[in-house]
Design a protein around this ligand. Structure first.
Ligand SMILES: *[C@@H]1O[C@H](CO)[C@@H](O)[C@H](O)[C@H]1NC(C)=O
Ligand SMILES: *[C@@H]1O[C@H](CO)[C@@H](O)[C@H](O)[C@H]1NC(C)=O
Ligand SMILES: *[C@@H]1O[C@H](CO)[C@@H](O)[C@H](O)[C@H]1NC(C)=O
Length: 173
């Protein structure tokens, strides 16, 4: 059972943290509008991790919450770049004061906990090394068993396939 779950987690992190290249966008959209971005786009992953870290720092829960999946990313150019990232967080079995912050993936989700779906708006000005969490919110999403359920995983994979296809279509039209 544990191995199956670990594989599911691995599958999930593979889906979301895989190394496929981001799809560059051309300027056919209105400047200043929100544009969808690949969930594998490095700055988006990096900003999701940054937001997840702040969410942990701000929470008074004793247990560490891990970023388990990026669901959606949008960005907007406004001086710097704003990212609005939707991602899923799970409480883990690691206490915050026990985790090796370089290896958060060693902290497995707490199977009794509810997976949260969060969004975070991060404003970044890379040339000034400036980054700010402008807004964020987390809501209870699904129980562990509902989330790591084949049906839900298939639904999420389909959502991501459609997203990838739409990004490609936009890129070539
Ligand atoms: C970011 O996305 C969330 C969820 O879709 C939405 O509720 C929120 O208004 C968005 N924030 C901005 C600044 O667009
Ligand atoms: C989850 O709940 C079960 C049954 O209530 C309990 O035995 C177990 O210790 C809990 N696990 C964690 C990680 O809290
Ligand atoms: C997953 O969820 C579906 C629908 O909610 C349910 O019918 C199915 O039994 C669940 N499967 C597992 C493996 O929990």
């Amino acid at each position: 059972m544990i191995i199956v779950l670990r594989n599911l987690i691995f599958l999930f992190s593979f889906i979301c943290l895989g190394s496929s290249q981001s799809i560059p966008k051309h300027g056919h959209r209105l400047v200043g509008g929100w544009m969808p971005k690949d969930i594998d786009y490095e700055p988006a992953k990096d900003n999701a991790k940054y937001a997840a870290k702040l969410i942990n720092d701000q929470s008074n829960d004793m247990y560490f919450q891990n970023l388990i999946h990026i669901h959606d990313v949008k960005s907007q150019v406004v001086g710097g770049v704003k990212y609005n990232i939707t991602f899923d967080m799970s409480k883990t079995i690691c206490r915050k004061n026990e985790i090796d912050s370089d290896k958060p993936e060693q902290c497995v989700p707490d199977r009794n906990a509810t997976i949260k779906r969060c969004y975070a708006v991060v404003y970044e000005r890379p040339w000034e090394s400036k980054r700010q969490l402008l807004d964020h919110k987390c809501n209870n999403h699904l129980s562990y068993s509902e989330y790591f359920n084949d049906t839900n995983i298939a639904r999420e994979q389909e959502y991501q396939q459609n997203r990838k296809m739409n990004l490609l279509i936009e890129h070539f039209t």
